[in-house]
Ligand binder design. Structure first.
Ligand SMILES: [Zn+2]
Ligand SMILES: [Zn+2]
Length: 138
């Protein structure tokens, strides 16, 4: 549902990005601080000093990868990557708002029809910690 995707963690394949070594789809560049915040502690020592990209495929088990083909799986993270998991999944990681909560407002209660109303009613998209809490880093 498009309105859910608009809330947080904008995912958009980047034209110049490299492709995932597992699914070969273009990814999205992420900042080092995002990986540092979300990787499980025992994976941090595998973090290389290079650019990392987020795999955007729904089906692919990869989370972050480098242009050399080194990669982490989604199990290596402390949070689920929402578009790779079954509902309910966090949409706004800062405020802990799930897709279920948002859909409840949009589909069942019908009180939210746009992003401003979703923000006001659920608190989603009002946090400032996406860089370190959302796997997309945004
Ligand atoms: Zn992939
Ligand atoms: Zn509402």
């Amino acid at each position: 549902m498009a309105i859910v995707e608009d809330v947080c963690g904008n995912i958009e394949p980047e034209f110049h990005s490299t492709t995932c070594p597992v699914c070969h789809e273009p990814g999205q560049k992420v900042k080092d601080v995002t990986l540092r915040s979300l990787l499980k502690e025992d994976k941090l020592n595998k973090l290389l000093k290079t650019d990392y990209f987020l795999c955007l495929s729904q089906e692919c088990p990869t989370s972050y990868y480098t242009k050399d083909g080194t990669h982490f799986t989604k199990e290596d993270l402390t949070v689920p990557i929402w578009y790779k998991e079954e509902s309910p999944v966090p949409i706004c990681y800062c405020k802990g708002v799930t897709d279920e909560v948002i859909l409840e407002h949009v589909v069942n209660k019908k009180c939210c029809t746009n992003l401003a109303e979703i923000k006001a009613h659920t608190g989603a998209n009002t946090g400032k910690e996406c860089l370190t809490k959302n796997p997309t880093g945004r």
